[in-house]
Design a protein around this ligand. Sequence first.
Ligand SMILES: Cc1cc2nc3c(=O)[nH]c(=O)nc-3n(C[C@H](O)[C@H](O)[C@H](O)COP(=O)(O)OP(=O)(O)OC[C@H]3O[C@@H](n4cnc5c(N)ncnc54)[C@H](O)[C@@H]3O)c2cc1C
Ligand code: FES
Length: 237
Amino acid sequence: MAVSKIVRNEQYSRDFYGMTVECPNQARMGQFYMLRAWENYPLLSRPISVFDSDGKTVSFLYKVVGKGTEVFAGLKAGDGVTLQGPLGNSFPEVDGKVALVGGGVGIAPLFLAAKQLRAAHPGCQLDLYLGFSGQALLTDEYRRAADSVTIDVGGFITDKVDPSGYDHLLTCGPEIMMRALYGKCKGADAAKVYVSMENRMACGVGACLVCSCRTAGGNKKVCKDGPVFKGKEVFGL
Ligand SMILES: Cc1cc2nc3c(=O)[nH]c(=O)nc-3n(C[C@H](O)[C@H](O)[C@H](O)COP(=O)(O)OP(=O)(O)OC[C@H]3O[C@@H](n4cnc5c(N)ncnc54)[C@H](O)[C@@H]3O)c2cc1C
Ligand code: FES
């Protein structure tokens, strides 16, 4: 685990922040890092998805919800943060008409997903659906990364998605939102959904089972077997 230098740590809204850290590793869409900026307390490193990665820096979008993220919010450019990663699998490199559906801080991995899908398949159609409970964030950045961006504030972003219009749907956010999206997909459409799970984690590397998730193929570790799963595997039980 290396201590990396923070390039930027910026407040976007009351509780959302963006942090960029020097990091030579190129991450894949959907992967995450375990972050810490303390010696002993609050003990465990915290998993945060990669928002962007260019082989020189890695960026995170995070929401302050407790002790660990509160510490992150107090860091300044030039401070150090310990990064472990990139960890986990990634979203599949799909082509065609793709809906990327995010809720809350679950929008974070969809930025890199849009960028990497566009780079891999310049002709693909990328439609982003972003749901916020409060203020919408980073809408100009997301607009630059996709063909269209649909935003919902305070309602249900899944109401705005018609799964029948897409070859693939990639989603990240509250489980209830991902479940609702999966529920809208009938029959063959269900096979097109990939979900990124955000179970609580401890080790982040497959050693402790804290992040276990029930799937059609038995219990799996979200940190190592995921965080991305076929929707059918986790919601089709
Ligand atoms: C693979 C993965 C990727 C993630 N990516 C991001 C990201 O890009 N940006 C981001 O802001 N957060 C992300 N999270 C969630 C983030 O890890 C937690 O919000 C963070 O660990 C909370 O730490 P804390 O010390 O601030 O809060 P704690 O004091 O540990 O908890 C505060 C509150 O948040 C809840 N909480 C803690 N962890 C989670 C969780 N995993 N899911 C839902 N509720 C939780 C607790 O139940 C509690 O109510 C991700 C989680 C995983 C597993
Ligand atoms: S967090 Fe320890 S096994 Fe996944």
